[in-house]
Write a protein that binds this ligand. Structure first.
Ligand code: MN
Length: 237
């Protein structure tokens, strides 16, 4: 069987390895840090985190200049710890994972930014419409190279931060996640069959704000490769 045309598989580099990590799906969790839930007007005591997704080809490589996207005047940064899933056991079973299976499914970690067209998101919330145009656009998921779990230290205890033009905008501790990493994987596996190649954006700490063309962003999580992204000129005026 031949294909009508070829489509490139999105890939992420792996620190210290020549092989690259092929991306299957990108799952994201909303309001997984209490301080960010509050800044978005939600009450984390009453509302649980929830999931949404981005297409796999929304990723952008570390060091990229990302054109300021169309149809927004309020592009926001959300720095996040990203978990990459892989492994033979996950290939066999990806649904209703146990704690041990969830822990074993973690291949590695990266620093990512969940770019958000906040104006489109606000409109979607107002009108009870989907978030896809606010979240799932081109270059909306830049991330650093993946650090394999065995070399990543303890990301669950890491500090996470984002600087814009050298100034601190966001910071938090991964230990403050409402749903921690294995809980996220377990919960997600009750909705979807998880597969090797899946990425999970684990949520953002407080301090989300707008970026403009020319801004230089530096995302950090202890033990992982730093993410550097520049915002380029708008695709259209
Ligand atoms: Mn997010």
């Amino acid at each position: 069987m031949s294909l009508l045309f070829a489509i490139d598989t999105p890939v992420v580099p792996i620190v210290g390895r020549a092989e690259q990590f092929p991306v299957n799906r990108i799952y994201c969790v909303g309001r997984n840090y209490a301080a960010h839930a509050r800044e978005m007007g939600a009450n984390p005591e009453r509302e649980s985190p929830f999931f949404f997704s981005k297409p796999a080809n929304a990723i952008a490589p570390n060091g990229a200049e990302i054109p300021y996207p169309q149809r927004t005047h309020d592009l926001h940064h959300e720095v996040e710890l990203v978990v990459a899933l892989a492994g033979e056991a996950l290939a066999q079973q990806g649904e209703n994972l146990t704690l041990a299976q969830a822990e074993a499914a973690v291949f590695g970690y990266a620093v990512g930014i969940d770019f958000t067209r906040r104006d489109l998101q606000a409109e979607a919330k107002d009108k009870a419409r989907p978030w896809d145009t606010a979240k799932g656009f081109d270059n909306s998921a830049p991330l650093s190279a993946l650090t394999p779990a065995a070399q990543a230290g303890d990301p669950a205890a890491a500090h996470i931060s984002l600087h814009v033009n050298g100034k601190l905008r966001q910071q938090g501790h991964v230990s403050d996640l409402i749903w921690n990493i294995p809980e996220l994987i377990m919960e997600l596996s009750t909705y979807y069959r998880l597969r090797p190649g899946d990425l999970i954006f684990t949520g953002t700490p407080a301090g989300v704000a707008a970026v403009v063309p020319g801004d230089v962003l530096e995302g950090r999580v202890d033990g992982l490769e730093t993410l550097n992204i520049r915002i380029g000129a708008a695709l259209r005026s």
